[in-house]
Design a protein around this ligand. Structure first.
Ligand SMILES: NC(=O)c1ccc[n+]([C@@H]2O[C@H](COP(=O)([O-])OP(=O)(O)OC[C@H]3O[C@@H](n4cnc5c(N)ncnc54)[C@H](O)[C@@H]3O)[C@@H](O)[C@H]2O)c1
Length: 271
């Protein structure tokens, strides 16, 4: 038996939405490296074609918009037709935009909710049906630190990401009877094209790092590692979890009290 036969995803078939860039592309690359056959869906046909050239026969790209149910249905059907079934769905497509609560247009609000939340619902629905058909599997949804932490200008994005975390929990509850596990990965700041414009502004990365105890930006590969864990048999009893992969950022909303604590008298022994 070769090492590929022993790999965690050997013989498995996966769908990855938003698979042409950033975290999604890192998930596709690692799935192929761990033995899976992958259908990557994205609105960027050019970048999908590049990924196919890079990864070979076990990566197939499908131009698909997650806000269109017909596209999502076709994406999932392609995985089943081409590779013979489905074992895991990774729902990564998403993006930002937005603005102040008082100024954001209804159109823009709906655009963000459609992409980040409805797109995940449609993907879960069609992946879930294919997984049920095959006797079970796993769904991993990518939310964000913003699933629990608000940000300026992020009403639509944060609400959508909180919705993704809840949708995953509803899925974990409802789909368990079909042996389908559903989990969420909530990335912190990750170096991808999505965040590049902001983090390249002078002082912006430093402002983020003040809040991130590990004092560095995460990589798409670190997000992929967490997602592949949750999608694999290693997480066979894990369902309904929201795994924060954020350099401990979620812990740091409290002020740094160390300078103040140092000024207080030490507590009496045994206190
Ligand atoms: N980068 C971060 O710091 C960060 C942090 C938290 C959460 N996230 C989330 O991670 C996910 C991936 O983000 P990323 O940083 O890799 O971004 P990215 O921009 O590098 O990749 C997003 C991909 O989604 C695709 N996409 C956009 N709209 C689509 C649609 N309607 N249908 C199908 N595909 C579509 C894009 O073409 C792109 O390939 C997103 O859901 C994002 O909200 C990112």
């Amino acid at each position: 038996m070769s090492s590929a036969d022993n790999a965690r995803y050997a013989g498995r078939v996966a769908v990855v939405t938003g698979g042409a860039s950033g975290i999604g592309a890192a998930i596709v690359r690692r799935l192929v490296a761990e033995g899976a056959s992958v259908v990557a869906g994205d609105i960027s046909a050019d970048r999908l074609a590049e990924l196919e050239r890079e990864l070979g026969d076990r990566c197939h790209g499908v131009a698909a918009d997650v806000t269109s149910e017909a596209d999502v249905e076709r994406l999932v059907a392609t995985a089943v037709d081409r590779f013979g079934g489905l074992h895991a769905g990774f729902n990564v497509a998403g993006g930002g935009g937005g603005g102040s609560l008082l100024e954001q247009s209804e159109e823009d609000w709906r655009r963000v909710l459609d992409l980040c939340l409805t797109g995940v619902f449609l993907s879960m629905k069609h992946e879930g049906r294919a997984l049920r058909e095959g006797g079970g599997g796993a769904i991993v949804n990518i939310a964000s630190l913003n699933s629990t932490v608000p940000m300026f200008g992020g009403s639509a994005y944060c609400s959508a990401k909180a919705g993704v975390a809840m949708l995953s929990q509803c899925g974990a509850l409802e789909l368990a009877e079909h042996a389908i596990r559903v989990n969420t990965v909530s990335p912190g700041l990750t170096a991808t094209p999505l965040t590049a414009a902001l983090t390249e502004l002078p002082g912006a990365t430093e402002a983020y790092l003040e809040r991130i105890p590990l004092k560095r930006v995460g990589s798409p590969e670190e997000m992929a590692a967490a997602a592949l864990y949750l999608g694999s048999d290693d997480a066979g009893y894990v369902s309904g979890a929201n795994l924060f992969v954020d350099g401990a950022w979620a812990t740091s909303t409290y002020p740094d009290l160390r300078p103040f604590l140092a000024q207080l008298a030490p507590p009496a022994a045994g206190a």
